[in-house]
Design a protein around this ligand. Sequence first.
Ligand code: NAD
Ligand code: WQD
Length: 334
Amino acid sequence: MQPTILVTGGTGYIGSHTTVALQQAGYRVVILDNLSNSTPAVLDAIAQITGVKPEFTQGDVRDRATLDMLFDAYKIAAVLHFAGLKAVGESTEKPLAYYDNNVHGSVQLLSAMQRAGLKSFVFSSSATVYGDPQKLPLTEDHPRSATNPYGHTKLVVEDILENLYRSEAGWRIARLRYFNPVGAHTSGLIGEAPQGVPNNLMPYVAQVATGRRPKVQVFGSDYNTADGTGVRDYIHVMDLALGHVKALQSCLQSEQDLLTVNLGTGVGYSVLDMIRAFEQASGKTIPYDLVARRPGDIAACWADTQLASQKLDWRAQKGIQEMCDDAWRWETRS
Ligand code: NAD
Ligand code: WQD
């Protein structure tokens, strides 16, 4: 019998790629998603890639009755929790929606797990919890801080998980801190599909390459970095997905554990590096303007990856050219 994994937010960007990796690793996946930022068409695309359509329930992680129903209906071995809201700017305009979805949603999910006697949990945290880096690369013991409500929800849920772990024996929890996930599955069948104007660099660059938007605005060219533009640790979404499979395996194998691990490549690239790599991938010239810094942005951020390598035997494999090639294949899908 394959272990059954509940993936909340499984039709979203990272959840869908992780579902592919889980199914390919032999797990059975049940997805819970309210489709607030995704569509059910993703399920058919996953079936096309893996040959298996994941089980799907449309519902909300804040809805306790749905959660209880799922835990009663399936013999679930672990939960991977992706569902939540993730736009930093929006979180300052609608903080209550962010605390409700991200914090209250996580509390409901963990309470339902507790009732069901299920204690294996993998959480989507973020490098945003490091705030403005005091030193690079970022190690997991770097002090945490948040400058916006979204980041604060991640800090709070990380703390809730630590409290829960210490309150009761047997919890197997992984808090995974993602750096900047980009790219798409190599098939071009699933990828990132932001609604409206993309907030993040790479989907924006992709839309400029297709001609949907005229120019990239490069936010800040006076940072203390090699070319003056912001530097980030971009990680291919399929590498990130495989990191989840390793974290899940680690949880399922341990008696109890609270693991906090960076998922990044350990290498930083600038905005201009990424634009050049995307020009290479697309064969298009990508026009850009150098404009003022975006408020709240940091100069540079990249991961120390040693702990992930030691604890999970995981390392990112794909470089920025593959990230851009795959993003372009997805962007130009018919
Ligand atoms: P996404 O928006 O593509 O996926 C999230 C999914 O959750 C969507 O399908 C959405 O419909 C669903 N959802 C939202 N609220 C829900 C709710 N209350 N109940 C049920 N389903 C709900 O986002 P993503 O990029 O795949 O991010 C997944 C997780 O990873 C999020 O928790 C996000 O904060 C975290 N994360 C993302 C990034 C990033 O840059 N993409 C970086 C670090 C951490
Ligand atoms: C990357 C670089 C920008 C857009 C965000 C969240 C973080 C995490 C990942 C969830 C920066 C520059 C961007 C544009 C630009 N998400 N840029 N023009 O800000 O590193 O991280 O997503 O947890 O919490 O804050 O990612 O892709 O927005 O920006 O010049 O149109 O690109 O200034 O240097 P960021 P990003």
